[in-house]
Design a binder for this molecule. Structure first.
Ligand SMILES: [Fe+2]
Length: 188
């Protein structure tokens, strides 16, 4: 099977992660103060969260499932997944307005991300997804790393608040209880 649909059958970990990030993002949205909620469309946010890694459809399985750290060349390929994702989303023609949110989901607050956007120049939706993406990635089992606990995930997320992740948003995210976050699992 070719095309975007095959994405959901191709790699079970990516599939699980995308659904996890979708659910975590909407939980996060519900916990945001109104001044944040008012400037991001929740429907678009949900689509962007679900589709944020769809560009990985174009990345080879040998890189996605490599049981070790990626080398420089493999990282270079992996880092193209946001722009590959934008191309897929544009080809679907259904999700106007979310392409930048997907494109910039690996930006860092300090400007050292994929496209060097900094602070508030990074779309709010991308800053939100960056946090849920990080939490999901840390707490899931990856080809080269075991799953970490909720506590470890919070420790790491707080450690990179203000450099990698938006500090104010991290404070809000980490105020959500462990029970609620751990219950927020993808429906499979
Ligand atoms: Fe990604």
């Amino acid at each position: 099977m070719d095309g975007p649909v095959s994405f959901f059958f191709k790699n079970k970990e990516v599939q699980w992660h995308c659904k996890h990030v979708q659910n975590l993002t909407m939980l996060f949205y519900e916990n945001l103060p109104h001044e944040y909620q008012n400037v991001v469309n929740p429907v678009g946010l949900e689509y962007a969260a679900f589709l944020h890694d769809i560009g990985k459809l174009e990345i080879s399985e040998s890189i996605l499932n490599k049981p070790g750290k990626l080398d420089d060349e493999e990282w270079k390929i992996m880092r193209t997944h946001p722009e590959l994702g934008v191309k897929i989303i544009e080809s679907l023609g259904l999700f106007d307005g979310i392409t930048d949110w997907v494109l910039y989901h690996h930006e860092r607050i300090d400007g050292k991300g994929y496209y060097k956007l900094k602070g508030p120049d990074i779309p709010l939706a991308s800053r939100i997804i960056a946090i849920t993406d990080t939490y999901s990635a840390i707490t899931m089992k990856r080809p080269y790393e075991d799953a970490k606990t909720h506590e470890e995930a919070f420790r790491i997320i707080r450690e990179v608040a203000g450099t990698q992740l938006d500090k104010e948003l991290v404070d809000i995210f980490t105020s959500i209880s462990k029970t609620v976050l751990e219950k927020c699992q993808p429906c499979t």
